[in-house]
Design a binder for this molecule. Structure first.
Ligand code: KE4
Length: 427
Protein backbone atom coordinates (compact mmCIF):
# COMPACT_ATOMS: atom_id res chain seq x y z
CA UNK A 1 0.00 0.00 0.00
CA UNK A 2 1.24 3.53 -0.71
CA UNK A 3 0.56 6.36 1.68
CA UNK A 4 1.86 9.43 -0.15
CA UNK A 5 -1.18 11.60 0.52
CA UNK A 6 -1.48 10.52 4.17
CA UNK A 7 2.23 11.24 4.55
CA UNK A 8 1.80 14.72 3.09
CA UNK A 9 -1.26 15.41 5.25
CA UNK A 10 0.60 14.17 8.32
CA UNK A 11 3.47 16.61 7.64
CA UNK A 12 0.98 19.43 7.20
CA UNK A 13 -0.94 18.40 10.31
CA UNK A 14 2.19 18.39 12.47
CA UNK A 15 2.68 22.07 11.65
CA UNK A 16 -0.57 23.09 13.31
CA UNK A 17 -1.78 20.21 15.48
CA UNK A 18 0.32 18.72 18.29
CA UNK A 19 1.71 15.41 17.00
CA UNK A 20 -0.44 15.91 13.91
CA UNK A 21 -3.47 14.40 15.61
CA UNK A 22 -6.33 15.44 17.84
CA UNK A 23 -6.03 12.36 20.00
CA UNK A 24 -2.68 10.70 20.76
CA UNK A 25 -3.37 7.06 19.94
CA UNK A 26 -4.26 8.08 16.36
CA UNK A 27 -0.59 8.95 15.74
CA UNK A 28 0.33 5.26 15.41
CA UNK A 29 3.46 5.94 17.52
CA UNK A 30 3.37 2.55 19.24
CA UNK A 31 3.01 0.56 16.01
CA UNK A 32 5.98 2.09 14.18
CA UNK A 33 4.39 3.72 11.17
CA UNK A 34 2.69 6.93 10.14
CA UNK A 35 -1.06 7.27 10.58
CA UNK A 36 -3.61 6.95 7.82
CA UNK A 37 -5.61 10.05 7.02
CA UNK A 38 -9.14 8.95 6.28
CA UNK A 39 -11.15 10.40 3.41
CA UNK A 40 -14.46 8.60 3.92
CA UNK A 41 -16.01 5.36 5.10
CA UNK A 42 -18.91 3.08 4.24
CA UNK A 43 -20.16 -0.07 5.89
CA UNK A 44 -17.26 -2.16 7.20
CA UNK A 45 -14.65 -0.15 5.34
CA UNK A 46 -12.66 3.06 5.63
CA UNK A 47 -10.94 4.72 2.66
CA UNK A 48 -7.69 6.61 3.17
CA UNK A 49 -6.48 9.78 1.49
CA UNK A 50 -4.76 7.60 -1.12
CA UNK A 51 -8.17 6.03 -1.83
CA UNK A 52 -7.19 2.63 -0.49
CA UNK A 53 -9.80 0.69 1.41
CA UNK A 54 -9.42 -1.16 4.69
CA UNK A 55 -11.70 -3.50 6.58
CA UNK A 56 -12.17 -1.48 9.77
CA UNK A 57 -12.04 -2.95 13.28
CA UNK A 58 -11.52 0.40 15.04
CA UNK A 59 -14.96 1.73 14.18
CA UNK A 60 -14.09 5.14 15.65
CA UNK A 61 -13.06 3.27 18.85
CA UNK A 62 -16.43 1.60 19.26
CA UNK A 63 -19.29 3.86 18.14
CA UNK A 64 -19.71 2.40 14.64
CA UNK A 65 -21.37 -0.89 15.64
CA UNK A 66 -23.73 -0.46 12.66
CA UNK A 67 -20.78 0.09 10.33
CA UNK A 68 -20.07 3.45 8.74
CA UNK A 69 -22.74 5.62 7.08
CA UNK A 70 -25.77 3.52 7.93
CA UNK A 71 -28.44 5.16 5.75
CA UNK A 72 -30.92 5.59 8.60
CA UNK A 73 -28.32 7.28 10.79
CA UNK A 74 -27.15 9.53 7.96
CA UNK A 75 -30.76 10.48 7.22
CA UNK A 76 -31.43 11.27 10.90
CA UNK A 77 -28.38 13.54 11.06
CA UNK A 78 -29.27 15.27 7.78
CA UNK A 79 -32.85 15.89 8.90
CA UNK A 80 -31.71 17.24 12.24
CA UNK A 81 -29.14 19.51 10.60
CA UNK A 82 -31.81 20.96 8.34
CA UNK A 83 -33.67 22.05 11.49
CA UNK A 84 -30.71 23.67 13.21
CA UNK A 85 -27.35 22.46 14.51
CA UNK A 86 -27.60 23.67 18.07
CA UNK A 87 -29.90 25.81 20.20
CA UNK A 88 -28.46 25.86 23.69
CA UNK A 89 -31.98 25.04 24.80
CA UNK A 90 -33.77 21.78 25.62
CA UNK A 91 -35.31 19.70 22.86
CA UNK A 92 -37.64 16.67 22.77
CA UNK A 93 -34.84 14.59 21.24
CA UNK A 94 -32.99 14.75 24.57
CA UNK A 95 -36.02 13.27 26.33
CA UNK A 96 -36.29 10.55 23.68
CA UNK A 97 -32.69 9.42 24.01
CA UNK A 98 -32.79 9.71 27.81
CA UNK A 99 -35.85 7.44 27.90
CA UNK A 100 -34.13 4.91 25.63
CA UNK A 101 -31.10 4.84 27.93
CA UNK A 102 -33.24 4.46 31.07
CA UNK A 103 -35.23 1.65 29.45
CA UNK A 104 -32.01 -0.19 28.57
CA UNK A 105 -30.38 0.23 32.02
CA UNK A 106 -32.90 -0.30 34.86
CA UNK A 107 -30.48 1.22 37.40
CA UNK A 108 -30.47 4.47 35.46
CA UNK A 109 -33.51 6.42 36.67
CA UNK A 110 -32.20 9.74 35.40
CA UNK A 111 -29.44 10.61 32.94
CA UNK A 112 -27.57 13.71 31.87
CA UNK A 113 -26.08 14.06 28.42
CA UNK A 114 -22.60 15.45 27.88
CA UNK A 115 -20.26 15.56 24.88
CA UNK A 116 -17.62 12.95 25.63
CA UNK A 117 -16.84 9.95 27.78
CA UNK A 118 -14.34 12.04 29.73
CA UNK A 119 -17.05 14.53 30.65
CA UNK A 120 -19.29 11.67 31.71
CA UNK A 121 -16.78 10.06 34.06
CA UNK A 122 -15.43 13.35 35.37
CA UNK A 123 -18.97 14.49 36.18
CA UNK A 124 -19.95 11.17 37.75
CA UNK A 125 -16.92 11.33 40.03
CA UNK A 126 -17.75 14.90 41.06
CA UNK A 127 -21.30 13.81 41.80
CA UNK A 128 -20.06 10.86 43.86
CA UNK A 129 -17.76 13.14 45.85
CA UNK A 130 -20.57 15.68 46.27
CA UNK A 131 -23.05 13.05 47.45
CA UNK A 132 -20.71 11.32 49.90
CA UNK A 133 -18.61 14.23 51.11
CA UNK A 134 -15.59 12.00 50.59
CA UNK A 135 -12.56 12.94 48.48
CA UNK A 136 -10.79 9.73 47.49
CA UNK A 137 -11.61 7.62 44.45
CA UNK A 138 -10.40 4.18 43.48
CA UNK A 139 -9.69 3.08 39.93
CA UNK A 140 -7.82 0.15 38.41
CA UNK A 141 -4.37 -0.01 36.84
CA UNK A 142 -4.78 -0.22 33.08
CA UNK A 143 -8.32 1.07 33.06
CA UNK A 144 -8.91 4.32 31.22
CA UNK A 145 -11.87 6.57 31.87
CA UNK A 146 -10.86 9.64 29.87
CA UNK A 147 -8.32 12.34 30.57
CA UNK A 148 -9.76 14.20 33.56
CA UNK A 149 -7.01 15.07 36.05
CA UNK A 150 -8.12 12.64 38.74
CA UNK A 151 -8.17 9.78 36.28
CA UNK A 152 -4.75 10.07 34.64
CA UNK A 153 -3.19 8.04 37.37
CA UNK A 154 -1.84 4.75 36.06
CA UNK A 155 -4.29 5.09 33.18
CA UNK A 156 -4.45 2.58 30.38
CA UNK A 157 -5.16 3.33 26.70
CA UNK A 158 -3.05 6.19 25.34
CA UNK A 159 -1.11 6.77 28.52
CA UNK A 160 -0.14 3.11 28.78
CA UNK A 161 0.64 3.02 25.09
CA UNK A 162 3.21 5.75 25.66
CA UNK A 163 4.43 4.04 28.81
CA UNK A 164 3.49 7.13 30.84
CA UNK A 165 1.22 5.75 33.54
CA UNK A 166 0.82 9.17 35.20
CA UNK A 167 0.71 12.39 33.14
CA UNK A 168 2.72 15.58 33.79
CA UNK A 169 0.44 18.46 34.71
CA UNK A 170 -1.46 16.62 37.42
CA UNK A 171 -0.68 18.22 40.81
CA UNK A 172 0.67 15.60 43.21
CA UNK A 173 -1.75 16.99 45.78
CA UNK A 174 -4.57 16.07 43.43
CA UNK A 175 -3.33 12.66 42.33
CA UNK A 176 -3.06 11.56 45.96
CA UNK A 177 -6.83 11.29 46.11
CA UNK A 178 -6.80 8.66 43.40
CA UNK A 179 -6.13 5.14 44.64
CA UNK A 180 -5.37 2.34 42.22
CA UNK A 181 -5.93 -1.38 42.56
CA UNK A 182 -5.23 -4.42 40.41
CA UNK A 183 -8.01 -5.47 38.05
CA UNK A 184 -9.51 -8.86 38.84
CA UNK A 185 -7.94 -8.83 42.31
CA UNK A 186 -10.81 -8.45 44.79
CA UNK A 187 -8.53 -8.91 47.78
CA UNK A 188 -6.46 -5.93 46.62
CA UNK A 189 -9.62 -3.82 46.40
CA UNK A 190 -10.74 -4.93 49.85
CA UNK A 191 -7.38 -4.04 51.38
CA UNK A 192 -7.38 -0.60 49.70
CA UNK A 193 -10.88 0.06 51.00
CA UNK A 194 -9.97 -1.11 54.50
CA UNK A 195 -6.89 1.11 54.51
CA UNK A 196 -9.00 4.11 53.49
CA UNK A 197 -12.07 3.41 55.60
CA UNK A 198 -14.91 5.88 55.06
CA UNK A 199 -12.69 8.03 52.82
CA UNK A 200 -13.52 6.64 49.37
CA UNK A 201 -16.30 8.39 47.48
CA UNK A 202 -16.45 5.96 44.58
CA UNK A 203 -14.92 3.04 42.81
CA UNK A 204 -14.90 3.50 39.05
CA UNK A 205 -14.42 0.47 36.87
CA UNK A 206 -14.58 -0.68 33.27
CA UNK A 207 -16.75 -3.82 33.57
CA UNK A 208 -14.70 -5.26 30.73
CA UNK A 209 -11.28 -3.60 30.58
CA UNK A 210 -11.03 -2.41 26.98
CA UNK A 211 -8.10 -0.02 27.47
CA UNK A 212 -5.49 -2.63 28.21
CA UNK A 213 -6.64 -4.74 25.29
CA UNK A 214 -9.69 -6.80 26.23
CA UNK A 215 -9.72 -8.14 29.78
CA UNK A 216 -12.96 -9.75 30.97
CA UNK A 217 -13.90 -9.65 34.65
CA UNK A 218 -13.24 -12.95 36.38
CA UNK A 219 -16.29 -14.67 37.90
CA UNK A 220 -17.34 -12.91 41.09
CA UNK A 221 -15.05 -9.91 40.65
CA UNK A 222 -17.71 -7.36 39.73
CA UNK A 223 -20.21 -8.83 42.18
CA UNK A 224 -17.60 -8.65 44.94
CA UNK A 225 -17.00 -4.98 44.24
CA UNK A 226 -20.75 -4.35 44.17
CA UNK A 227 -21.16 -5.93 47.62
CA UNK A 228 -18.15 -4.06 49.00
CA UNK A 229 -19.49 -0.72 47.77
CA UNK A 230 -22.91 -1.43 49.26
CA UNK A 231 -21.41 -2.37 52.63
CA UNK A 232 -18.98 0.56 52.74
CA UNK A 233 -21.28 3.29 51.43
CA UNK A 234 -19.06 3.72 48.36
CA UNK A 235 -20.70 4.77 45.09
CA UNK A 236 -20.00 2.24 42.34
CA UNK A 237 -19.49 3.95 39.00
CA UNK A 238 -19.59 1.48 36.13
CA UNK A 239 -17.94 3.01 33.11
CA UNK A 240 -19.77 1.58 30.09
CA UNK A 241 -18.55 4.23 27.66
CA UNK A 242 -17.09 1.41 25.57
CA UNK A 243 -19.17 -1.60 26.63
CA UNK A 244 -22.57 0.09 26.75
CA UNK A 245 -24.78 -1.17 23.90
CA UNK A 246 -21.64 -2.95 22.66
CA UNK A 247 -21.58 -6.36 24.40
CA UNK A 248 -25.37 -6.39 24.87
CA UNK A 249 -28.13 -3.81 24.51
CA UNK A 250 -27.93 -3.44 28.27
CA UNK A 251 -24.14 -3.47 28.17
CA UNK A 252 -21.83 -5.39 30.47
CA UNK A 253 -24.21 -4.81 33.35
CA UNK A 254 -26.81 -6.94 31.57
CA UNK A 255 -24.21 -9.52 30.57
CA UNK A 256 -22.71 -9.91 34.03
CA UNK A 257 -25.82 -9.02 36.05
CA UNK A 258 -24.16 -6.30 38.11
CA UNK A 259 -25.55 -2.80 38.58
CA UNK A 260 -23.71 0.41 39.36
CA UNK A 261 -25.05 3.30 41.41
CA UNK A 262 -23.91 5.54 38.57
CA UNK A 263 -23.26 4.51 34.96
CA UNK A 264 -21.21 6.30 32.30
CA UNK A 265 -22.01 5.89 28.62
CA UNK A 266 -20.69 7.28 25.34
CA UNK A 267 -19.52 6.17 21.90
CA UNK A 268 -22.44 4.08 20.54
CA UNK A 269 -25.14 6.34 22.05
CA UNK A 270 -23.90 9.11 19.78
CA UNK A 271 -23.84 6.99 16.63
CA UNK A 272 -20.47 8.55 15.81
CA UNK A 273 -21.30 12.10 16.94
CA UNK A 274 -19.91 13.54 20.19
CA UNK A 275 -22.05 12.22 23.05
CA UNK A 276 -21.37 11.03 26.58
CA UNK A 277 -23.85 10.44 29.36
CA UNK A 278 -23.95 9.64 33.04
CA UNK A 279 -26.92 8.49 35.02
CA UNK A 280 -28.17 6.51 37.96
CA UNK A 281 -30.45 6.66 40.96
CA UNK A 282 -32.73 9.68 41.13
CA UNK A 283 -31.60 10.41 44.69
CA UNK A 284 -28.08 10.90 43.37
CA UNK A 285 -28.88 12.63 40.09
CA UNK A 286 -31.18 15.11 41.82
CA UNK A 287 -28.10 16.51 43.54
CA UNK A 288 -26.90 17.87 40.21
CA UNK A 289 -27.35 21.52 39.33
CA UNK A 290 -29.82 23.16 38.84
CA UNK A 291 -31.75 20.96 41.31
CA UNK A 292 -28.83 20.31 43.63
CA UNK A 293 -25.51 21.86 44.42
CA UNK A 294 -23.16 19.65 42.37
CA UNK A 295 -22.35 21.78 39.35
CA UNK A 296 -22.04 20.32 35.87
CA UNK A 297 -22.75 21.94 32.50
CA UNK A 298 -21.99 21.90 28.77
CA UNK A 299 -22.68 24.19 25.81
CA UNK A 300 -23.35 21.34 23.40
CA UNK A 301 -24.73 18.80 25.86
CA UNK A 302 -27.75 17.09 24.30
CA UNK A 303 -26.92 18.50 20.87
CA UNK A 304 -29.85 17.79 18.52
CA UNK A 305 -27.71 16.24 15.77
CA UNK A 306 -25.96 13.95 18.24
CA UNK A 307 -29.24 13.00 19.89
CA UNK A 308 -30.75 12.19 16.49
CA UNK A 309 -27.79 9.99 15.54
CA UNK A 310 -27.98 8.20 18.89
CA UNK A 311 -31.73 7.63 18.70
CA UNK A 312 -31.47 6.25 15.15
CA UNK A 313 -28.61 3.98 16.21
CA UNK A 314 -30.27 2.54 19.31
CA UNK A 315 -33.49 1.87 17.38
CA UNK A 316 -31.51 -0.28 14.95
CA UNK A 317 -29.76 -2.12 17.80
CA UNK A 318 -33.17 -3.17 19.12
CA UNK A 319 -33.84 -5.21 16.00
CA UNK A 320 -34.35 -8.92 16.64
CA UNK A 321 -31.13 -10.93 16.56
CA UNK A 322 -28.77 -7.96 16.26
CA UNK A 323 -26.41 -9.05 19.05
CA UNK A 324 -26.64 -12.68 18.01
CA UNK A 325 -25.28 -11.68 14.63
CA UNK A 326 -22.48 -9.66 16.24
CA UNK A 327 -21.65 -12.69 18.40
CA UNK A 328 -21.61 -15.07 15.42
CA UNK A 329 -19.38 -12.79 13.35
CA UNK A 330 -17.01 -12.23 16.27
CA UNK A 331 -16.82 -15.94 17.17
CA UNK A 332 -16.12 -16.81 13.54
CA UNK A 333 -13.29 -14.28 13.40
CA UNK A 334 -11.90 -15.48 16.73
CA UNK A 335 -11.81 -19.09 15.56
CA UNK A 336 -10.08 -18.12 12.34
CA UNK A 337 -7.47 -15.97 14.08
CA UNK A 338 -6.76 -18.70 16.62
CA UNK A 339 -6.29 -21.24 13.84
CA UNK A 340 -4.01 -18.87 11.95
CA UNK A 341 -1.80 -18.40 15.02
CA UNK A 342 -1.64 -22.12 15.65
CA UNK A 343 -0.73 -22.86 12.03
CA UNK A 344 1.96 -20.15 12.13
CA UNK A 345 3.31 -21.52 15.40
CA UNK A 346 2.98 -18.08 17.01
CA UNK A 347 2.03 -17.73 20.68
CA UNK A 348 -0.87 -15.33 21.00
CA UNK A 349 -3.64 -14.84 23.51
CA UNK A 350 -6.94 -13.78 21.97
CA UNK A 351 -9.52 -12.49 24.45
CA UNK A 352 -13.04 -11.50 23.48
CA UNK A 353 -16.39 -10.50 24.94
CA UNK A 354 -19.11 -10.21 22.33
CA UNK A 355 -18.04 -7.81 19.62
CA UNK A 356 -14.90 -6.51 21.35
CA UNK A 357 -11.62 -8.37 21.26
CA UNK A 358 -7.83 -8.22 21.39
CA UNK A 359 -4.91 -10.37 20.26
CA UNK A 360 -2.03 -10.23 22.74
CA UNK A 361 1.43 -11.44 21.78
CA UNK A 362 1.99 -13.44 24.94
CA UNK A 363 0.92 -16.80 26.31
CA UNK A 364 -1.89 -15.36 28.46
CA UNK A 365 -4.30 -15.38 30.06
CA UNK A 366 -4.29 -11.59 30.49
CA UNK A 367 -6.19 -10.79 33.68
CA UNK A 368 -4.72 -7.44 34.62
CA UNK A 369 -2.45 -4.61 33.49
CA UNK A 370 0.79 -6.32 34.45
CA UNK A 371 -0.20 -9.32 32.37
CA UNK A 372 -0.97 -7.01 29.45
CA UNK A 373 2.38 -5.26 29.84
CA UNK A 374 4.02 -8.65 29.37
CA UNK A 375 2.83 -8.74 25.77
CA UNK A 376 5.43 -8.39 23.00
CA UNK A 377 4.45 -4.96 21.70
CA UNK A 378 7.17 -5.10 19.01
CA UNK A 379 5.57 -8.24 17.61
CA UNK A 380 2.19 -6.54 17.80
CA UNK A 381 3.65 -3.64 15.82
CA UNK A 382 4.89 -5.97 13.08
CA UNK A 383 1.52 -7.74 13.03
CA UNK A 384 -0.33 -4.42 12.84
CA UNK A 385 1.78 -3.13 9.94
CA UNK A 386 1.38 -6.33 7.97
CA UNK A 387 -2.37 -6.36 8.51
CA UNK A 388 -2.59 -2.71 7.45
CA UNK A 389 -0.64 -3.52 4.31
CA UNK A 390 -3.17 -6.26 3.61
CA UNK A 391 -6.04 -3.79 3.96
CA UNK A 392 -7.04 -4.55 7.53
CA UNK A 393 -7.35 -1.62 9.96
CA UNK A 394 -6.73 -2.80 13.53
CA UNK A 395 -6.53 -0.64 16.63
CA UNK A 396 -3.02 0.91 16.51
CA UNK A 397 -1.99 -0.24 19.97
CA UNK A 398 -1.60 -3.47 21.88
CA UNK A 399 -3.56 -1.80 24.68
CA UNK A 400 -6.75 -1.24 22.73
CA UNK A 401 -9.70 -3.41 21.80
CA UNK A 402 -10.97 -4.17 18.31
CA UNK A 403 -14.65 -3.88 17.44
CA UNK A 404 -16.99 -5.86 15.20
CA UNK A 405 -19.83 -4.21 13.31
CA UNK A 406 -23.01 -5.65 11.86
CA UNK A 407 -21.71 -4.50 8.45
CA UNK A 408 -18.73 -6.90 8.47
CA UNK A 409 -19.47 -9.62 5.91
CA UNK A 410 -18.23 -13.21 5.93
CA UNK A 411 -15.98 -12.23 3.05
CA UNK A 412 -14.52 -9.43 5.21
CA UNK A 413 -13.86 -11.92 7.98
CA UNK A 414 -12.28 -14.45 5.63
CA UNK A 415 -10.04 -11.71 4.17
CA UNK A 416 -9.04 -10.74 7.72
CA UNK A 417 -8.19 -14.31 8.67
CA UNK A 418 -6.16 -14.75 5.47
CA UNK A 419 -4.27 -11.52 6.16
CA UNK A 420 -3.59 -12.66 9.72
CA UNK A 421 -2.17 -15.95 8.51
CA UNK A 422 0.23 -14.02 6.29
CA UNK A 423 1.11 -11.53 9.05
CA UNK A 424 1.67 -14.20 11.68
CA UNK A 425 3.85 -16.27 9.36
CA UNK A 426 6.26 -13.32 9.25
CA UNK A 427 5.83 -11.84 12.72
P1 KE4 B 1 -13.75 10.10 25.40
O1 KE4 B 1 -13.49 11.29 26.29
O2 KE4 B 1 -12.52 9.74 24.58
O3 KE4 B 1 -15.00 10.23 24.55
O4 KE4 B 1 -14.08 8.84 26.36
C1 KE4 B 1 -13.15 8.50 27.36
C2 KE4 B 1 -13.35 7.05 27.74
C3 KE4 B 1 -14.01 6.76 28.93
N1 KE4 B 1 -14.21 5.48 29.32
C4 KE4 B 1 -13.80 4.45 28.55
C5 KE4 B 1 -14.04 3.05 29.02
C6 KE4 B 1 -13.14 4.70 27.32
O5 KE4 B 1 -12.71 3.65 26.57
C7 KE4 B 1 -12.91 6.01 26.91
C8 KE4 B 1 -12.18 6.35 25.62
N2 KE4 B 1 -11.70 5.25 24.85
C9 KE4 B 1 -10.56 5.50 24.02
C10 KE4 B 1 -10.24 4.23 23.24
N3 KE4 B 1 -9.91 3.14 24.10
C11 KE4 B 1 -10.71 6.67 23.12
C12 KE4 B 1 -9.73 6.77 21.97
C13 KE4 B 1 -8.87 7.98 22.07
O6 KE4 B 1 -8.44 8.33 23.19
O7 KE4 B 1 -8.62 8.57 21.00
Amino acid sequence: MKHDQSHDYFNQAKQVIPGGVNSPVRAFKSVGCEPLFIDHAAGSRIYDADNQSYIDYVGSWGPMILGHCHPKVVEAIQQAAAGGASFGAPTYKEIELANMVCEAYPNIEMVRMVSSGTEATMSAIRLARGCTGRDKILKFDGCYHGHADSLLVKAGSGAATFGVPTSPGIPADFAKYTLTATYNDLDDVKSMVAANKDEIACIIIEPIAGNMGCVPPQPGFLQGIRELCTTEGIILIIDEVMTGFRVAYGGAQERFDVRGDLVCLGKIIGGGLPVGAFGGKKELMDQLSPEGGVYQAGTLSGNPLAMSAGIATLKLLQEEGFYQQIEEKSAYLEAGLRQAATQAGVTTCLQRVGGMFCTYFCAGLVNNFNDALGSDTEAFGRYFRSMLDSGINLAPSQFEAGFMSIAHSKDDLDQTIEAAAKALAAV
